[in-house]
Design a protein around this ligand. Structure first.
Ligand code: SF4
Length: 705
């Protein structure tokens, strides 16, 4: 007899994963603790038009996974801080506590360190998985309750260098045009990004544009799936990106394809950039980039002559010590050809997490208040002192990796980490885990006993996106609302409530009634959200930022008339190629690149606990060119050891012709073989982003480690 089909109710919300921001309908059966999601549909949202990828459609199991933390926990005395807990019972390192006891302990530890060592001995990491309201509250807590600007989040590990270059060049860190502007584009450059895996619904619109006749130019050292749809695929050598981009600019200048009227009317600094670019004709740098000069010339002509051309980029551009220079070159290409300020043109750094744009807008950035207003500016500081009715530090805060360094040096002694997992996501994990494990007091707020939570003194069980009301801002600057799909399980609480409880215990007179009231204050702090009301979000479901006044317009396409800089003009910044921080040598002869896969998301804390997704890709692997594997005497599918100067891991090796000779790729979502035990922490000097995309590695048949 066929099992009965359960009756379900339909609840509209959002996908919890990537920055595309797909709107969803969750079909839920049962009530109270028995409530569970049966299936998911895509809604006709502006970013997804009914589409979902495998993560959005099948990745809904994690909120009810058996590992879900449902009660506050306090570390038992004498248990060493380590991620190597008893795998059979890792929770044995902690005891259950009431909310009152856990919150008191969490806040008391932070207050004691502030009292003994001053405010700058504390730091906080907020989350791009949380809502705008949570991000806003968290950064306000650190700035006003801790008394420091040591507050950051995962954008430091993904697009910090892109944002640094965009703010410097065009005065705005967000995308200029939405993904779906590909419908108006004639040429699309996708460089250092793998949207087929990481932004699959965005990739589907790019493929539709190709079917319509647009030309896709894919540039990446790894032949990712979008190459099948590309008019030209440029498999440039790892670390040759700045050289390649300068050679494209050189062709555009040499062949008279610049938009001189646009350059004269709307930009500054072109002469210095032109001089820098003219030193890199493609014929001269062919051996460096690996790309035939004629191909570079053809691509440069296509992009410049569009008529409408867009550029998309991802971590392959940003996660280098020259990540800011890479983005400066992309900005320069758009400015010198006037490919910005119209539909189907512009610059789009594809954002990774579902609210990384909003978390950055809301102020989870150590050197900037909400809306990218600089901490170092006395007038801005005075404005926030007035809004928050408290004096504020004039010292810009430390960034993610700098905070880890300061913790290891004993300068940072206490941290509050909400929804981030630096014990998996930071470079050189042995160093990061030692830094976190050495803290005097660590408070972690999360859904699961993540590797970071394993090092905590107090763990506060948080709410998942499926259980919360909040606004989230996608990669297109669309602000969209979630609503609870499932009830909060066990003794978990809403994240905004937990942050407020900590704030109250640190002496702040906070009494927010809920997300709508927090959003009302957020609008006062962020001029670009000032015109968006909670009621409008509830009524319309999605509103584009910036929107400066309630009765004024939104701008899906930015920079039509001017740029939001002091002069209203954009700025070229001249660059020169810079070698990676750690080059291959005889001891470590290969190049390691890390990244993401279609089925898993970031450090895997959610997708590894979404049963369907984990069944699809259940164990760690790396890909290597088959000739490199053969040269090492290793068969595809065999287990291998990957080793760098920082650590070694064992995992499966897969032969893959998408790889270039001499390079290895692996995802960073697998705790069993954590990629970041191998990566190295050298930083881009402007964005302070680590060089995840390049370090020296050696490969061998499996050896004991
Ligand atoms: Fe979710 Fe991104 Fe997939 Fe859309 S494309 S369903 S937002 S993971």
């Amino acid at each position: 007899e066929a099992p009965a089909i359960p009756a379900t109710r339909a609840i509209d919300s959002l996908c919890p994963y990537c920055g595309v921001g797909c709107q969803t309908t969750y079909h839920v059966a049962g009530d109270g603790p028995q409530a569970k999601i049966i299936h998911v549909d895509g809604r006709d949202g502006p970013a997804n038009a009914g589409r979902l990828c495998v993560k959005g459609r099948y990745g809904f199991g994690y909120p009810r996974h058996a590992h879900r933390l449902t009660t506050p926990l306090i570390r038992r005395p004498g248990i060493p801080k380590s991620v190597d807990l008893d795998p059979a019972n890792p929770l044995a390192a902690f005891r259950e506590a009431s909310w009152e006891e856990a919150l008191d302990a969490a806040a008391a530890g932070l207050a004691r360190i502030k009292g003994q060592h001053g405010p700058h001995a504390l730091a906080g990491f907020g989350s791009a998985k949380g809502s705008n309201e949570e991000a806003y509250l968290f950064q306000k807590l650190v700035r006003t309750g801790f008394g420091t600007h040591n507050v950051d989040h995962c954008t430091r590990l993904c697009h910090a260098s892109s944002v640094a270059a965009l703010l410097e060049g065009i005065g705005s860190g967000a995308v200029s045009n939405p993904v779906r502007d590909v419908e108006f584009a004639d040429v699309m450059i996708v460089i250092g990004a793998n949207p087929a895996a990481n932004h699959p619904v965005a990739a589907s619109f790019m493929k539709n544009a190709v079917e319509r006749g647009a030309k896709l130019i894919l540039m990446d050292p790894r032949e990712t799936p979008l190459a099948r749809h590309a008019h030209r695929y440029l498999q440039f050598r790892p670390d040759a990106d700045v050289t390649l981009l300068l050679s494209l600019a050189c062709v555009i200048i040499e062949e008279g394809l610049t938009d001189e009227a646009f350059i004269a009317a709307r930009t500054d600094g072109f002469d210095a950039f032109r001089a820098a670019a003219l030193a890199f004709p493609p014929e001269r740098v062919e051996a460096i980039t690996g790309i035939p000069a004629e191909t570079v010339r053809e691509v440069a002509r296509l992009y410049a002559q569009g008529p409408n051309s867009m550029i998309f980029w991802g971590m392959g551009i940003s996660q280098h010590i020259h990540g800011t220079d890479n983005s400066r070159c992309l900005i320069a290409l758009a400015l010198m050809t006037g490919q910005i300020g119209r539909r189907g043109t512009g610059l789009h750094p594809l954002r990774g997490q579902n609210n990384v744009q909003g978390a950055s807008d809301a102020g989870l950035i150590p050197m900037m208040f909400p809306d990218y207003q600089r901490v170092a500016d006395p007038a801005i500081r005075a404005k926030f002192e007035s809004l928050w009715d408290t004096p504020l530090s004039d010292v810009p805060g430390l960034t993610v990796v700098e905070i880890m360094d300061a913790a290891l040096a004993g300068q940072i002694r206490g941290m509050y980490i909400e929804g981030e997992n630096p014990a998996m996501s930071d470079p050189d994990l042995a160093h990061a885990r030692a830094a976190l494990g050495g803290l005097e007091h660590l408070v972690v707020q999360d859904l699961f006993l993540t590797e970071t939570a394993m090092l905590a003194d107090v763990i506060l069980p948080a709410s998942s996106l499926m259980e919360k009301t909040g606004s989230f801002t996608n990669t297109d600057r669309l602000v969209q609302l979630t609503q609870p799909v499932l009830p909060l399980p066990g003794d978990t609480r809403a994240d905004w409530w937990i942050i407020q409880q900590i704030a109250q215990r640190l002496g702040l007179a906070w009494d927010y009634a809920g997300p709508a009231e927090i959003f009302d204050e957020l609008r006062q702090a962020l001029p670009s959200y000032a015109g968006i009301t909670w009621q409008q979000l509830e009524a319309e479901g999605a509103v584009v930022a910036p929107k400066f006044t309630e009765d004024g317009p939104s701008w899906p396409v930015l920079f039509e008339q001017d740029f939001p800089t002091a002069s209203g003009r954009a700025r070229f910044v001249a660059v020169a190629p810079l070698p990676a921080a750690e080059l291959p040598d005889t001891a470590y002869p290969l190049v390691l690149t890390t990244g993401r896969v279609l089925e898993h998301w970031h450090t895997g804390s959610m997708t590894r606990r979404a049963n369907v997704l984990d069944a699809l890709e259940p164990q760690p692997w790396c890909t290597v060119h088959p000739d490199d594997l053969a040269a090492h005497g290793i068969a595809s599918g065999a287990r291998v050891t990957l080793e760098t100067r920082r650590g070694a891991i064992v995992l499966e090796a897969r032969a893959d012709r998408a790889m270039q000779r001499g390079s290895v790729f692996m995802p960073f979502c697998y705790v069993e073989a954590a990629a970041n035990l191998l990566t190295q922490p050298a930083l881009d000097p402007f964005g302070k982003i680590p060089e995840f995309k390049y370090c020296a590695v050696r490969l061998a048949a499996e050896t004991a480690i």
